[in-house]
Design a protein around this ligand. Structure first.
Ligand code: CTP
Length: 397
């Protein structure tokens, strides 16, 4: 399955490094060519000789030895992917900060190929806010993280932080290669985040959308080879720099940006929480608190999804979202038909872990051929993957 694929395995210092031997065997058995780079501390957990024997390649851990410099740039260029497993808390922090104090870090920083990591650490370290931050940070650079498992840890405690088993890592890599070209040649437009409608120069009407769902969709489309434009309202969530990002504030700016981009795309996914009403006449000066009450006149914004539904041609796919609190299915189906979308992704605020601000979501997808697809509560990254898989299946008939 991995025939001809070149995998550079980086091993950092964690007890889970003992699993690296079986991981190398599995990768080689699947047809991959494997080279191993270790941090100096990883060599205390597993012998380089074991890994060089299994990979049939020299194992490197120093930037130079016996007056010879290890060419980290060439190693990074050689690989189709770099897999760092196990990824220790320390190496994760270095990746996040861009530190370069060993060969593995030098290879990582100069690698031009995709990087996949499998973290391994004790639960308290895994749950520490700085670790969470570092994980988000390295994801924003485009690195992919294989989820940790819940189970027995090196400390003897049970909890989250165990490295995924070698078989699961192999499965992740197989999927990665299988999926990475699926949207090659396709152009995708994604909208994300809230819109801000100005009341005066310092105040606005907005909503709680974090943009996480739409950003995850944009990044997943990019990972699968698409050319992605993300039209995004004001958010703090970082966006991978490989995505062409159009930053907007108001619903009308988002409308203009989408109308501009839509004619050239194959797929449009409208996940933004667009304001339905905007202030009729925003004040050019800060409004002073003069009276006991203040009346704002609001007027309807243009419905972007509906406008795209009107101009959509036969080869274009249009996907909308519906965030509902009651009569969810009926409302979602109404939006699907009234806005001439091909699919609508429903999330209900009644489902725990779904909606604004969460890192998870629970969705149901309805298409205009009458099909309905239910999904469990998952991370927004996995939900993005489910949405794209459903779009691809739909477009294949
Ligand atoms: N949408 C849009 N432009 C708007 C409002 C909504 O493109 N001005 C899109 C959203 O991005 C989403 C879909 O329409 O894909 C449904 O949005 P939602 O807020 O759930 O529904 P509305 O149509 O605004 O209806 P309501 O607020 O009454 O539920």
């Amino acid at each position: 399955m991995l025939k001809g694929k070149k995998i550079l395995l980086g091993i950092s210092g964690s007890i889970a490094a003992y699993k690296s031997a079986s991981l190398v065997r599995l990768l080689i058995k699947a047809g991959a060519e494997v080279k191993v780079v270790m941090t100096p501390s990883a060599t205390t957990f597993i012998a380089p000789l074991t890994l060089s024997t299994l990979s049939k390649n020299e194992v490197l851990s120093e930037l130079s030895s016996e007056n010879t410099w290890a060419n980290h740039v060439l190693l990074g260029r050689w690989a189709d992917i770099m897999l760092i497993a196990p990824l220790s808390c320390n190496t994760l922090a270095k990746m996040s900060a861009g530190l370069c104090d060993n060969l593995l870090m030098a290879v990582y920083l100069s690698a031009t190929c995709p990087v996949i990591v499998a973290p391994a650490m004790d639960e308290d370290m895994w749950l520490h806010p700085s670790t969470k931050n570092n994980i988000r940070q390295i994801q924003s650079y485009g690195n992919q993280v294989i989820p940790v498992e819940n189970g027995e840890l090196a400390s003897g405690l049970k909890g989250e932080g165990r490295m995924a088993e070698p078989e699961q890592i192999l499965q992740f890599i197989n999927d990665f290669f299988f999926r990475s070209g699926e949207l090659k040649g396709k152009k995708v437009l994604v909208t994300a985040g809230p819109t801000y409608e100005a009341i005066d120069p310092v105040r606005f009407i907005g909503n709680h959308s974090s943009g996480k769902m739409g950003i995850a969709i944009a990044e997943e489309c990019k990972r699968r080879g698409a050319d992605v434009t993300l039209v995004c309202g004001p958010v703090t969530t970082p966006v991978n720099s490989s995505i062409s990002l159009v930053k907007v504030k108001s619903a009308s700016e988002m409308y203009n940006a989408c109308m501009d981009v839509f004619p050239s795309v194959d797929i449009a996914v409208m996940s933004a929480a667009v304001a339905d009403y905007t202030v009729e006449e925003p004040s050019s000066q800060k409004i002073k608190k003069n009276g006991d009450s203040l009346t704002l006149h609001l007027q309807k914004t243009k419905d972007i999804l509906k406008a795209l539904g009107v101009t959509k041609n036969e080869r274009q796919l249009l996907i909308g979202f519906a965030l509902e609190t009651n009569n969810e299915k009926a409302h979602a189906l109404k939006k699907l038909h009234e806005k001439n979308a091909d699919m609508i992704v429903l999330n209900s605020l009644n489902d725990p872990g779904a909606g604004f601000g969460y890192d998870t979501n629970k969705i149901v997808i309805f298409d205009n051929r009458g099909s309905e697809f239910q999904f469990e509560t998952k991370s927004k990254k996995e939900v993005a993957s489910d949405i794209i898989n459903t779009i691809i299946k739909y477009s294949n008939g």
